[in-house]
Ligand binder design. Structure first.
Ligand SMILES: [Fe+2]
Length: 248
């Protein structure tokens, strides 16, 4: 059989000047960077991937990471104080948050005290075991309060893997979808990779992001090779992400 030689296309080939709207690089407040030195290593690694604008999104999760505007603001100031002026001149950092849909979230939503991404976009996540029983009601309420909900990594919720049509329902309710770039590999497992490809194929993905927590994530992102279908489909999603969240 005759084989044509073809050049491999790496994910990072598409990430020049990328605007990353989901990561865990703020020091010491969730399961991401443990301290400023780890934060700086992650930032340098992500710069090497092409990331230019950083929107760190620490977990706000009542049971494990009860972050507030204050803890996020303090971690951000610590990081700014630790970064040298050369790096600071090359990148932007605008913190937001990733909200777990728990009871505390609903209280904060009532008080409209939420840390948004640019343009009132609100990054939300759910438990990996089960969605909240009143999920559709919560999405409706988020929208009523004037926020635009973005569901983080929909492909990672395995309870939807056998009922993929429900993803379309969530989009109809007004939820935007942010896919994790690592889900384009088998990093989270084959089923997550399959769900990611389904969501891209069905044009349900609005935004992509790294969701970087540690150096292993960066290494895997840096080695990630795209298949032909992704080479075709991913650039438009990357472009939409950058256009929507760029602050420059
Ligand atoms: Fe995250």
């Amino acid at each position: 059989m005759f084989h044509f030689f073809s050049k491999k296309v790496f994910l990072k080939d598409l990430l020049e000047n990328f605007v990353d709207m989901h990561s865990h690089i703020l020091p010491g407040i969730d399961d991401g960077a443990k301290n400023t030195s780890e934060s700086i290593d992650l930032i340098k690694g992500m710069q090497a991937l092409g990331v230019k604008q950083f929107m760190p999104t620490p977990h706000v999760m009542q049971d494990f990471y009860p972050n507030t505007d204050e803890t996020i603001g303090d971690a951000y100031q610590n990081l700014l104080g630790a970064l040298d002026s050369k790096i600071l001149s090359e990148i932007t950092i605008n913190p937001a948050a990733e909200y777990m849909l728990d009871d505390n979230f609903q209280k904060q939503l009532d008080r409209q005290e939420l840390f948004t991404l640019k343009g009132n976009y609100l990054l939300i996540e759910m438990s990996y075991f089960q969605p909240p029983i009143n999920l559709e009601e919560i999405i409706f309420k988020i929208k009523t309060k004037g926020y635009l909900p973005i569901l983080a990594h929909p492909e990672r919720y395995s309870f939807y893997h056998n009922t993929k049509d429900y993803y379309k329902k969530l989009k109809q309710l007004g939820c935007f979808f942010q896919l994790n770039l690592l889900s384009l590999s088998d990093h989270y497992g084959k089923n997550v990779e399959k769900a990611a490809n389904y969501l891209i194929e069905e044009q349900l993905v609005d935004f992509v992001a790294t969701d970087v927590h540690n150096g292993i994530h960066i290494k895997k992102l840096s080695n990630l090779i795209l298949n032909k279908n992704l080479i075709r489909k991913l650039p438009a999603i990357i472009k939409n992400t950058c256009n929507t969240f760029s602050v420059i």
